[in-house]
Structures are given as C-alpha cells and as structure tokens.
Write a protein that binds this ligand. Structure first.
Ligand SMILES: NC(=O)c1ccc[n+]([C@@H]2O[C@H](COP(=O)([O-])OP(=O)(O)OC[C@H]3O[C@@H](n4cnc5c(N)ncnc54)[C@H](O)[C@@H]3O)[C@@H](O)[C@H]2O)c1
Ligand SMILES: N[C@H](CO)Cc1c[nH]c[nH+]1
Ligand SMILES: [Zn+2]
Length: 426
C-alpha cells in the first residue's frame, strides 16, 4: 500500500455508475413489460436472467422451514440478538406528532404518519446479506409501516439464500417474492397480479436495480443509491497496526471498488500498517476483491498534526470513520462529516455492520457531507396541521391578502377576506 502525500484536497469520490445506453434501454423495456404484462413478464425475466423456472413467485412457509435446517440454532440466536440491538437503537429515533396552541387560540402542529407499504430489495448471490435484511426492515417496522414486501432474485434451482429467509422470518416478514433486477423494482412500483404496489422501495442492488429505482422515483419514493463501501481510519501513535489493517481490509473485501484509507499523524504507524495490509491480504478468501480495492482505492496519508488529519477526514466525509487515538471521544466535536463514527480500539467497523444497533446503510461517495444513514425517518412522512382561530384570522387577514396581491393572486386574497366580507364587497 502506498503512503501518499497530502495534496491540497483529498476525495473518496469515485465516479458513479450511470449505466450504459444499452443498460438504460434494457431497464426501460423491462419496466414497460412488467407494467403491461404483470406476473407473466416477471416469470419470463426470472427464467431469462436467473435461470429459474418458477410456478409461483411467493416464498412458501415450507421454504422458510427448510431454511432453518440449513443453520445451527446458535446462528439464529445471534441474528435474534442483533435484531434486538438494532430495534432498541432505532426506537430512539421515533418522532412524535406535536400540536402547539398560541395565545390567540391558533393550533399549529405536525402529524407523523408511517408509510402504508414498503418494498425491500435484497440483492442475489454472494451479496445476499442477512444483516442488510435486518437493517432495511427493522426501521420500517419501528416506524409502524403497514406492509413490508421483500423481493430477491432466486438461484437457478429456484431457491432463496437460507440466511435471508431466516432473517426475514425472525423479523416476521412473510411477504417474500422470488424476483430480482429491474423487473422486481417495476413490480413493486406498478404492482402485478401477485405483488401489490408499494409507496417506497429501499435496499441495494446492481446497476439494473439502481437504474430502475431512479426510473420509478416519483411514482414511489426510493432510498439513496448506495455506492461501494468505504472506511477511513484516523489514528495516532497509540493505534495498533495489526488492528488498523484488519479493519481496513474488512471493507476492502466487499467490492473491487470499495475504499479504505488511513489518515495518521504517525509515520511509523503508516509504515507498519502498509506491511500489515500486505501480510493479512494473502490468506483472505476474498483476496482478489480486497487487493483490487486496495490497489485502486486504498491510501495512507501522513499528516503534520491532528488538526490537519481532521481536515482531511472531514474532506473525505467517509461512510465509516474509525478513530483510534489516545482520547477518541475528545476528537468527536471536530468530526463533521461521516456516516458512522466508531470510537476507540474496541469499536471495529464490523461491530456496526452486524450488531451494535445503528444502521449499516450509510451515505457513501462523500455524501455524508449532506445526508445520513437509513433511519426511522425514511419510513414516515409529516403533515402540517393548521387550525387558525377567528381572532388570529381577523388580526392577520389584511397582511395575508396584501401578500397574495403582491403575487398577483386575487383569488387567494379574496379567500381569506371571504370570512369577513359579504359577496360583492371585494
Ligand atoms: N451498499 C451495500 O450495503 C450493499 C449491500 C449488498 C449488496 N450491494 C451491491 O448489490 C449488488 C448486487 O448485485 P448482484 O448482481 O449480485 O445482485 P442483484 O440482485 O442486484 O441483481 C441481480 C439481477 O440483475 C438482473 N440482471 C443481471 N444481468 C442483467 C442484464 N444483462 N440485463 C437485465 N437485468 C440483468 C437480473 O434480473 C438479476 O436477477 C452489488 O453491486 C453489490 O455491491 C451493496
Ligand atoms: N459494510 C457494509 C455497508 O457498507 C454492510 C455490510 C453488510 N454485511 C457486512 N457489511
Ligand atoms: Zn461490511
């Protein structure tokens, strides 16, 4: 791993995959087919892209029972405990509706209402993470979303990864469909004979899923489009090189385009981490992926001071930031931009990926400058409440009418004045 000089400015931003012309055309065609042909189109695309010939799209109770047999009970217990931690954390995010009464009797407020129906996309194959099922479903449940429908592409033999089914069942999600790609997104947005439409679609997926989500946005809401994983470790001379390297590799193994960066005030630590990364890479099962990510998007920066290191961290605005310094809590006030902040030696990034409670769906590509991780807020909406008293309207009618006339909107002015003037008096 190369130790780099700090340039004027540093960035984690990798070009976002916008898809090729061909992929965009394919997605539009798939959406149109699903909209017009419904289930028939879903079954035919599932055969074409996933190689699975299905009789029916919905996962059955028997399949869930079989999924439990694939694991020892001990892992189910772990999933259960992780789910409890995630639920407890997200319960703290719940917002209450509020009403406030002014002196003149006016009541203003905000009513928080959960979405009626949400679709959760769970990617197929190796990236079918049961942990992501927990992270996408639990905040929706905590928000009291009425209905949660899950979609995931089946393997060629028609099966769905057992871990995904067990995680869904532990959470009580029983509406699961074996369909993936753009066709699944289209089904959730438009509805088919089997799949009822939803109001919002969340969850990561490949370029076909991302393009389809962008295309149906407006008809339904979508979450942010997550890019490849990122980790930045901010360390001083007290950090342990073996542990820093291990944490960096935890994200490098996700994706060839994942990024892991060390920012340190200690040149000696930088040298040791570079060697450790190389050493630890060699026996990783996903060595090829991690090596590609390190070569292309890995970096070690040595800074003159902690002040400069903090400037670099805020500029990178990473998805995950680990602070491995003598007094990590003391640096918290100076960290402005990061999706999740892991403080101290014992807060290794996978603690957050799986177990601690906060969500692991986080802003990537520098978007932590202006956005936040998935939360209960994403599954509710807010209606404003206005109940003006007679006194309040009488006191303010002239101001409101004047403002309306400033905009040339006479009917607006007359609407408020109608309470106090008779017909023909305007
Ligand atoms: N950021 C995160 O938290 C996170 C987590 C898990 C996965 N991911 C990402 O999700 C993605 C998973 O990708 P995947 O492909 O394994 O699963 P996927 O479920 O996203 O996509 C599989 C589907 O793609 C469609 N497809 C494939 N080739 C096609 C083609 N030529 N034309 C039209 N449709 C086609 C098929 O319908 C197939 O069912 C990866 O990019 C991974 O990085 C991200
Ligand atoms: N670190 C990933 C998000 O960047 C989430 C994840 C799922 N499983 C393991 N990790
Ligand atoms: Zn991870």
């Amino acid at each position: 791993m190369n130790i780099k000089r700090i340039e004027e400015s540093v960035s984690l931003r990798r070009s976002l995959d916008q898809g090729t012309e061909e992929q965009r055309k394919a997605v539009l065609e798939i959406i149109d087919e699903v909209r017009t042909k419904g289930d028939m189109a879903l079954l035919s695309y599932t055969e074409k892209w996933d190689g699975a010939r299905l009789d029916s799209l919905r996962v059955t109770k028997e399949e869930i029972i079989q999924a439990y047999d694939a694991f020892p009970t001990s892992i189910n217990v772990v999933i259960q405990e992780a789910a409890e931690n995630i639920r407890e954390y997200h319960e703290k995010q719940v917002r209450q509706s509020w009403l406030s009464t002014k002196e003149d009797g006016t009541i203003l407020g905000q009513k928080v209402t959960a979405l009626d129906a949400v679709g959760v996309y769970v990617p197929g194959g190796k990236a079918a993470y049961p942990s992501s099922v927990l992270m996408n479903v639990i905040p929706a449940q905590v928000a009291s979303v009425g209905r949660i429908a899950m979609v995931t592409p089946p393997a060629a033999n028609g099966s769905v990864p057992a871990g995904v089914l067990v995680a869904a069942d532990i959470l009580g999600v029983d509406e699961i469909y074996k369909v993936g790609g753009a066709q699944a997104v289209a089904a959730l947005a438009y509805g088919t004979e089997t799949i009822r439409p939803v109001d919002k679609i969340v969850g990561p997926g490949n370029i076909f899923v991302a393009l389809a989500k962008k295309e149906v946005y407006g008809l339904v809401d979508i979450d942010s489009i997550a890019g490849p994983s990122e980790i930045v470790v901010l360390a001083d001379e007290t950090a342990n090189a073996h542990e820093v390297a291990a944490d960096m590799l935890s994200q490098a193994e996700h994706d060839e385009r994942a990024s892991c960066v060390l920012v340190t005030t200690c040149g000696e630590l930088a040298e040791r981490v570079a060697l450790e990364v190389e050493k630890q890479l060699t026996d990783l099962p996903r060595e090829d992926i991690a090596r590609a990510s390190i070569n292309e998007f890995g970096a070690i920066y040595v800074t003159e001071s902690m002040e400069e290191a903090l400037r670099v961290v805020n500029e990178l605005a990473p998805e995950h930031l680990e602070v491995m310094t003598k007094e990590p809590m003391n640096l918290l006030p100076f960290i402005k931009h990061a999706g999740a902040i892991f403080l101290g030696r014992y807060s290794s990034e996978p603690v957050g990926d799986y177990f601690a409670g906060p969500n692991h769906v986080l802003p990537t590509n520098g978007t932590a400058r202006f956005s936040s991780g998935l939360s209960v807020d994403e599954f509710v909406k807010k209606s404003s409440i206005i109940m003006y008293s007679q006194q309040a309207l009488e006191d303010n009618v002239d101001k409101i009418a004047a403002f309306a006339r400033l905009e040339g909107l006479e009917a607006h002015a007359r609407a408020v004045e109608a309470r106090f003037k008779k017909r023909g008096e305007f």
